[in-house]
Design a protein around this ligand. Sequence first.
Ligand SMILES: *C/C=C(C)/C=C/C=C(C)/C=C/C1=C(C)CCCC1(C)C
Length: 250
Amino acid sequence: MDIFLNITQIKPDDYRAFTFFIGCMAMMAASVFFFFELGNTEKAWKTSLLVSGIITFIAAVHYYYMRDYTIAMQVAGKSGKELSPTFFRYVDWLLTVPLMCVEFYLITKKAGAKIALLWKLILASVVMLVTGYWGEVSASAENTNATIWGTISALAYFYILYEVMWGEVKTLAASAGPAVAKANNLLGWFVLVGWVIYPIGYLAGTASGQWYASFANLGLDMDIIYNIGDAVNKIGFGLVIYSLSRSSSN
Ligand SMILES: *C/C=C(C)/C=C/C=C(C)/C=C/C1=C(C)CCCC1(C)C
């Protein structure tokens, strides 16, 4: 099979491939925007904005490959879970979610955030993602792995949410001034509402044969849900950082 797949092979009703395609474009556009805006950003916010651009750029590259992957599988006659680029998906997340934790550290650093806080957030995000990955790849109608690993993953997720909304990050953001407090609050809402899209995708994708099969089957594909989540969260996070960099500029 030709490895240089042509995007014209996307079938008109293949929403999975289509959302990978449009996700790639959106991430690329966002990266160009963040990178170009670096030039007229105050020094204090340059690194934060650079990280925003790196996050969307890493995602753009992964989306480029994930789109090809899913089309290749489609063309090879595969179906169901085989169409999901699970490995690339989690490699992408393992790079980008810790970078989102870095954003929390960067915006609270001038209020005294310690490197230990950053490591706690990164560790929690790695636990969340590695267990999620195990849950996805080992899920089957014969076992309860998806539930067990998904639960551990969710605990790590709640820890991050707690730190951002009510814990150390929140306290530091409050003492860093109103602009940072507001940005942190907005980012917290992304973690609360935006990140919840992911466990919904996970439940939908692993539902077969599980106790949650009846309600998790939304008729929506797991990848489509994840793709929506990524666009909302990665670009949204970046825009919050961008507006923070503007509000305290001049
Ligand atoms: C840019 C990518 C982001 C922000 C990805 C975030 C992913 C999550 C918050 C995933 C969370 C999961 C759970 C809370 C439980 C089930 C397994 C996961 C990994 C889907």
